[in-house]
Design a protein around this ligand. Structure first.
Ligand code: HEC
Length: 138
């Protein structure tokens, strides 16, 4: 009898543990923000907008040499840019969004669906300024 009680306790314990790790895994996968090596946080909604309208020319694998030289989101998150440089780039993002110069007009003629909506624009601006502020506070 004691043996049965023992194994039932072990079983209950294992179920509890596997439940925990399952929960931890799913929570990790569903996390809305991903912390990066540089400390900048890019929430899923921001990431989606950047991928739609910006990273095509501004990441390591972009073929737009000038664009990725000026701003490379991979370097922004992987720790290659210094914090000061990231803050500078974030301010640059706020500036181009304010002026409405990105994505470039020529590109939008070809791909009008990549234009930022007013809502996208606001999300990116709020993100850039809040990230710049929190990085400067560190
Ligand atoms: C079709 C390619 C393309 C797309 C898409 C694009 N950019 Fe650019 N971006 C460029 C190029 C090229 C430059 C350099 C322009 C120059 O110096 O004359 C640039 C420059 C910039 C700069 C200025 C960097 C600096 O230090 O001067 C910022 C900031 C920027 N882009 C942000 C964005 C954002 C934000 C988006 C999305 C909303 C975006 N870009 C989409 C090509 C692109």
């Amino acid at each position: 009898m004691k043996k049965i009680v023992n194994s039932m306790a072990v079983l209950a314990f294992s179920i509890m543990i596997s439940g925990f790790s399952y929960q931890m895994l799913t929570e990790k996968n569903e996390a809305p923000t991903s912390k990066t090596a540089s400390g900048i946080e890019i929430p899923q909604n921001v990431k989606g907008i950047l991928e739609k309208s910006c990273t095509g020319c501004h990441e390591a694998k972009s073929s737009n040499e000038k664009g990725k030289m000026k701003l490379n989101f991979d370097k922004m998150v992987n720790g290659e840019y210094t914090t000061a440089k990231i803050v500078g780039k974030l301010n640059g993002i706020t500036k181009v969004l304010n002026e409405g110069t990105m994505p470039p007009a020529k590109f939008l003629e070809k791909y009008p669906d990549r234009k930022l909506t007013a809502a996208d624009n606001k999300i990116l601006m709020d993100w850039a300024s809040s990230q710049a502020q929190s990085l400067m506070a560190k």
